[in-house]
Design a protein around this ligand. Structure first.
Ligand code: ZN
Length: 501
């Protein structure tokens, strides 16, 4: 078996090399590449993506997996070798079901649709993207139909992002959450909004950069295996387990932007930096699923980064960095400002309490489009109605309505959004489990110490890479299946205190 394992790992390393080089090209495109590099860069990335797909869908991989199966059947489920074969087989079989010609058509279509969207959004021109969006919907349905036997046509698309999840499970979970959330949102937004003027003064970029670096270093982001750069849309990317980078965005009139997006992306990155190094260059060497990954970024961004104790420790340094701007602002005013709750139109700017309503809206509309109960040309109207129902406000146009998110314009319709809300729910479930094991964590946060929390996350989540599914990992780490109660408890405690609910 040793020979087969060696051969499988050699092939997987080649595939991983190709994929991580694509990430490097993409990182460069998002940072330092001059505009003239665009067309060739698109082609280069497409070439590498095709090569890596061909290498993965090679029948030789299937033969190696078959040869290894009887051997790993005798190993424990969570052993490295059994997990490698199981996870590789899942990906291999998925790739075999989707014809390469379909993927080529899909990539071409989404590249041109994305281009249209970049112009249509500022122009508030839904009509310009409508025919393309209809084609995206057709392609999304075709994609789903490569995986017959589903309960809802959205299931296969949801599974691509969040393996093991399906529409009905999520609808049930989200309905429960929604029932609890709506009254909280109403109770808060019927009060005068928090004053966040202190965040919207002039904060020079250079000082913001220093501050972001200092904070994420203290949280535990390893700069020997990463770096922080600047881009238009913050993200995390990885070229190996020894090189996990983050990108943030500085707005000189919005202190919260770089601060919290740096912490958010550092949360994603610490997850990747914490994966067992033996998994390097295999399919196990990455965090699992959209929702689980998002739980790690949200945990650091919201539970730690928007926590009062955290700022009891950090606020004096922040005031020292921005003396003119913050010397007369109290910690309490600052804390309320970074936790301001309001009915707003834009998802990415939404607060912890209203954020999930934005996601559920998109999730429900995606499913309705896929199952045919909503037509593409009725989408803007459906969006407006739902915003009106949930938030009591009316979008003035489609720019901050149906055109606001890139997801449906550079990817499939289906599976694009549920991960954000799953992430919010899971972030608190994991944090509660960590507190149960180490009740001293909140006191440590007040002292700027994060080792105990990070060690718990590394042991229970990070180190496992892609070994387990989301449900398996949640069960192992918390002793329960996915549940919304911890998240609701957290919101009630934090915002109940802030808004005297
Ligand atoms: Zn994220």
């Amino acid at each position: 078996m040793e020979r087969e394992f060696k051969e499988l790992k050699r092939r997987l390393a080649e595939i991983s090399d190709l994929e991580l080089v694509i990430s490097l090209l993409n990182w460069d495109q998002s940072t330092y590449m001059p505009p003239g590099g665009g067309p060739a860069r698109g082609r280069q990335m497409a070439t590498l993506a095709r090569l890596s797909q061909e290498k993965f869908a090679d029948a030789a991989i299937g033969r190696l997996l078959d040869a290894l199966q009887p051997y790993v059947d005798d190993l424990p489920y969570d052993s490295d070798e059994a997990s490698l074969v199981r996870v590789t087989r899942r990906e291999y079989e998925r790739l075999l079901k989707v014809p390469p010609s379909f993927m080529a058509e899909y990539y071409n279509h989404s590249a041109s649709q994305y281009q249209l969207w970049t112009e249509a959004r500022p122009a508030n021109d839904f009509a310009a993207v409508l025919p393309g969006l209809q084609k995206t919907l057709d392609l999304s349905r075709q994609m789903a139909n490569f995986f017959p036997g589903y309960e809802h046509i959205g299931d296969p698309l949801i599974e691509i992002a969040d393996y093991g999840m399906k529409a009905s499970t999520l609808q049930h979970l989200f309905a429960e959450l929604r029932a609890q959330l709506v009254p909280i949102v109403q109770a808060i937004t019927s009060q005068p909004p928090a004053d966040d003027a202190c965040l919207h003064q002039h904060f020079p970029k250079a000082q913001q950069q220093e501050l972001s670096k200092a904070i994420i270093r203290q949280l535990g982001y390893d700069f020997d295996r990463g770096r922080l750069d600047e881009t238009h849309h913050p993200f995390m990317t990885k070229f190996s387990l020894g090189d996990v980078r983050i990108l943030t965005r500085y707005l000189e009139d919005k202190l919260e932007e770089a601060l919290f997006s740096s912490i958010h992306e550092a949360g994603h990155a610490m997850y990747e930096q914490g994966i067992c190094r033996d998994f390097e260059a295999t399919p196990l060497a990455s965090g699992i699923a959209a929702g689980l990954h998002e739980s790690q970024s949200r945990l650091w961004e919201n539970i730690v980064g928007r926590n009062r104790g955290f700022w009891e420790y950090y606020y004096p340094s922040l005031q020292a960095a921005f003396v003119d701007q913050l010397k007369t602002t109290s910690l309490d005013t600052f804390y309320r400002a970074i936790n301001k709750v309001e009915r707003s139109l834009v998802r990415t700017a939404a607060d912890e309490v209203t954020y999930n309503l934005h996601i559920m809206l998109r999730f429900d509309l995606e499913l309705a489009l896929l199952d045919g109960s909503l037509a593409i040309h009725d989408l803007p109207e459906a969006w407006h109605t739902r915003i009106q129902d949930d938030f009591g406000i009316t979008p003035p146009d489609d720019r901050d309505g149906v055109l606001q998110d890139v997801h449906w314009f550079n990817g499939f319709i289906g599976g694009a959004f549920q991960g954000y809300t799953l992430g919010n729910i899971l972030s608190v479930q994991f944090y509660e489990a960590a507190l149960k094991a180490h009740p001293g964590i909140p006191d440590e946060i007040c002292q700027g110490q994060f080792e105990t929390l990070r060690a718990w996350l590394t042991k229970n989540i990070y180190q496992h890479g892609s070994k387990f599914t989301t449900q398996e990992l949640v069960q192992r780490a918390t002793g329960s299946p996915i549940q919304i109660e911890p998240y609701i408890r957290y919101l009630r405690a934090k915002f109940g205190e802030l808004y005297r609910l």
